[in-house]
Design a protein around this ligand. Structure first.
Ligand code: NAD
Ligand code: TYD
Length: 352
């Protein structure tokens, strides 16, 4: 079959990437989707089992730092676009092991930029889309929102590595005319998120009646976005965004961590038919994360006014759907939390 476009999606076996790959494979049968993923602890082909046989989908296991592989893929597939999500994505891991974040998020992104620059001698119709985070803007006080013009002020090794990668993407636009577009998004939640992040970790621990570790005073604030809304926003920016521009993406859905954990406890008690307040008893305030950013919140006016995107799934609905999904997929949860991950995880963070 002749495809109208061939797109490289990196990190497509991870949390957000798997939702994006599923969306593109199903919605755009005229596109060939090549998913390049190293399958680290965070990548899992089970996340994509429903599309793996699709005629417009190809999976390649590999590293974005492998220059020879990138050359081979660009030569074989002659990509029209790249949507780059592959990354080390968890702040706590970046605190214990910053080097892997520099390796993947900075070097890996630059190697991908180099491959696009080398192979896209004719840049017409091409697009390199870098997926980034609002954490590059640093930390907010009680008020205010991050906009696209907020100065960068990354404060964790994770956000520093993403900020560096964003700068390289813009530098390749200005220096080499590489046709790039970027977006910086708030915290995502929903099915297939690895249970080291707040929401799936809490659901997992509530289910197993284990302690719920809340960092510091629990009043840290995040703006949560339903992951399929993010995939929709990426689709929008990829097709309609202006080359060289950045778009902030957010859920307009701020929660203090402790309020979010309370809400999850109540939803889970109801779903599991446990007595009211049973899960709240599991909450433990633990030692704070070093350099913990107090608050993130997004002004998503630009993507709304210029591209017409707004989030669709509200918090109560999204949290319930997430809890229901994890309860219905306890096998997935067991498989991704087995083995080396659990040892690493319990030693690093939750024995304090
Ligand atoms: P994730 O950790 O769930 O998935 C990352 C994927 O990248 C995994 O499948 C992993 O195997 C793959 N990967 C890691 N290193 C690789 C390498 N060297 N080569 C090829 N593949 C590699 O991450 P996520 O939460 O889905 O985030 C995806 C992207 O979105 C990241 O760039 C992240 O910074 C960004 N982002 C995430 C959030 C969020 O809330 N999760 C919010 C804003 C932006
Ligand atoms: P996380 O899901 O790690 O996302 P990020 O740090 O990228 O925002 O954490 C979300 C918030 O929840 C953050 O303020 C840290 C806090 N947190 C806890 O209180 N306990 C936990 O066990 C985890 C993983 C996070």
């Amino acid at each position: 079959m002749a495809f109208s476009s061939t797109l490289l999606i990196t990190g497509g076996a991870g949390f957000i990437g798997s939702h994006l790959v599923r969306r593109f494979v199903n919605k755009y049968p005229q596109y060939r989707i090549v998913n390049l993923d190293l399958l680290t602890y965070a990548g899992n082909l089970e996340n994509l089992h429903d599309v793996e046989q699709a005629p417009n989908y190809t999976f390649v296991k590999g590293d974005i730092n492998d220059e020879a592989l990138l050359d081979e893929l660009f030569e074989t597939y002659r990509f029209d676009g790249v949507i780059h999500l592959a990354a080390e994505s968890h702040v706590d891991r970046s605190i214990s092991n910053p080097m892997s974040f520099i390796q993947t998020n900075v070097f890996g992104t630059v190697r991908l930029l180099n491959a696009a620059r080398k192979h896209w001698t004719d840049k017409s119709g091409k697009r390199f889309y870098h997926i980034s985070t609002d954490e590059v803007y640093g930390s907010l006080g009680e008020t205010g929102l991050f906009s696209e013009t907020t100065p960068y002020d990354p404060r964790s090794p994770y956000s520093a590595s993403k900020a560096a990668s964003d700068h390289f993407v813009r530098a390749y636009f200005h220096t080499y005319d590489l046709p790039v577009v970027l977006s910086n998004c708030s915290n995502n939640y929903g099915p297939y998120q690895f249970p080291e992040k707040l929401i799936p970790l809490m659901i997992h621990n509530i289910f197993q009646q284990k302690p719920l570790p809340v960092y510091g005073d629990g009043k840290y604030t995040r703006d949560w976005l339903w992951v399929e809304d993010h995939a929709d926003a990426i689709d929008t920016v990829f097709h309609k965004g202006t080359i060289g521009e950045t778009y902030n993406i957010g859920g307009n859905n701020e929660w203090k961590n402790i309020d979010l954990v309370h809400a999850l406890c109540d939803i889970m008690d109801e779903l599991l038919e446990r007595p009211a307040d049973a899960s709240r008893q599991l909450i433990h305030f633990v030692k704070d994360r070093p350099g913990h950013d107090r608050r993130y919140a997004i002004d998503a006016e630009k993507i709304k006014s210029e591209l017409g995107w707004t989030p669709t799934v509200g918090a109560k609905d999204g949290l319930r759907r997430t809890a229901e999904w994890y309860l219905a997929h306890s096998g997935w949860l067991e498989r991704v939390t087995s083995g080396a991950y659990l040892n690493y995880y319990t030693q690093q963070y939750h024995n304090r």
